[in-house]
Design a protein around this ligand. Structure first.
Ligand SMILES: NCc1[nH]cc(CCC(=O)O)c1CC(=O)O
Length: 319
């Protein structure tokens, strides 16, 4: 009998929910048993600002060490927290079909952004969300927050904040979509590159497992996030950068005629400069489309925005 696969996961409710989902899908598709192995990361036990302890990389790195030390066989990451440079000796063997990548507002009294009075406080630790909120010109006051999804939502329930902006995908996995008061239109709030998608990683040398995990891969999601992450990489911006991207694949009628449509935004932290562009092209050219979009944004001055943001001290690293 083949032994159960060991799936490394962080212990947070969100991480456990998405790891359980991947484990179940894997067992359903292959018949292999999967055991979850909880890996505690420094980022989980420390209350220090993420930026001072290495950004969201601290979550990813502990799981990667567990893979390289052969303590686990596979690991599940939120793709938007994964650095764009690939890890040596590890392979992202599957990117499953992604959840709705949009951001949402959870506000008091069932209010939407437009209904919140001037001066309302909106919590987010993400420079991308903060910049796009400020660009709306609604006199909203952006307040930095950290902590897991429950901790952040409690700040609205307690009245400490008027609202918070979160990823719809996270709330969906936690069964908390009831708290959503507005799904934010990407026209105003472009999500983080890779948002809503998961990455299933294993050792490259585990060739058989690389092949097995491929059953979970969704080529359309992979193409979309490849374009989004290439944009991020070309702009040399990390997960804390004020960069939004959202790609979708539209199935064409003829074989090989699927089209990828990607939108990107670079927004200065005060919201004064907001550069938005989009490109369309064959899905096979996902990487090139991300590159082209980055070039178009840079032509319009994105370099000064991203460059200026990088010079200020790094903010909390929660995209
Ligand atoms: N930045 C933290 C983070 N990383 C992944 C998710 C869940 C959504 C996803 O998988 O993209 C969240 C929470 C959030 O942004 O609200």
């Amino acid at each position: 009998m083949t032994p159960p696969l060991r799936l490394g996961t962080r212990g947070s409710k969100l991480a456990m929910a998405q790891s359980r989902g991947v484990a179940e899908a894997l067992t359903a598709a292959t018949g292999r048993a999967v055991n979850l192995v909880e890996i505690t990361t420094y980022g989980d036990v420390s209350n220090e600002p993420l930026a001072t302890i290495g950004g969201t990389g601290v979550f990813v790195n502990a799981l990667r060490e567990a893979l390289l030390d052969d303590r686990v066989d596979l690991a599940v990451h939120s793709l938007k927290d994964l650095p764009t440079t690939p890890a040596e000796n590890l392979t992202v063997a599957a990117i499953p079909e992604r959840a709705d990548p949009r951001d949402v507002l959870c506000a008091r009294d069932d209010l939407t952004l437009a209904e919140l009075p001037p001066g309302s406080t909106i919590g987010t630790g993400s420079p991308r969300r903060a910049a796009q909120l400020r660009a709306l010109g609604l006199e909203l006051e952006v307040v930095p927050v950290r902590g897991n999804v429950d901790t952040r939502m409690a700040k609205v329930t307690s009245g400490e904040l008027d609202g918070i902006v979160l990823a719809r995908a996270g709330l969906s996995r936690l069964g908390r979509l009831d708290a959503v008061t507005e799904v934010l239109d990407p026209l105003q709030m472009l999500p983080a590159p890779g948002q809503g998608a998961l990455a299933v990683e294993c050792r490259t040398a585990d060739e058989e497992l690389v092949g097995t995990l491929a059953v979970l891969d969704d080529p359309m999601t992979r193409a979309a996030v490849t374009a989004e992450r290439t944009l991020l990489a070309v702009l040399e911006a990390g997960c804390s950068a004020p960069v939004g991207a959202y790609a979708v694949v539209a199935e064409g009628d003829a074989p090989q005629s699927d089209e990828l449509y990607i939108r990107g935004a670079v927004v200065s932290s005060d919201g004064a400069i907001s550069i938005r562009k989009s490109v369309t092209g064959p899905v096979e050219e996902a990487e090139q489309l991300g590159r082209t979009l980055a070039g178009d944004l840079l032509d319009d001055g994105a370099g000064t925005v991203v460059g200026a943001e990088l010079k200020v001290p790094k903010k909390e690293n929660v995209s």
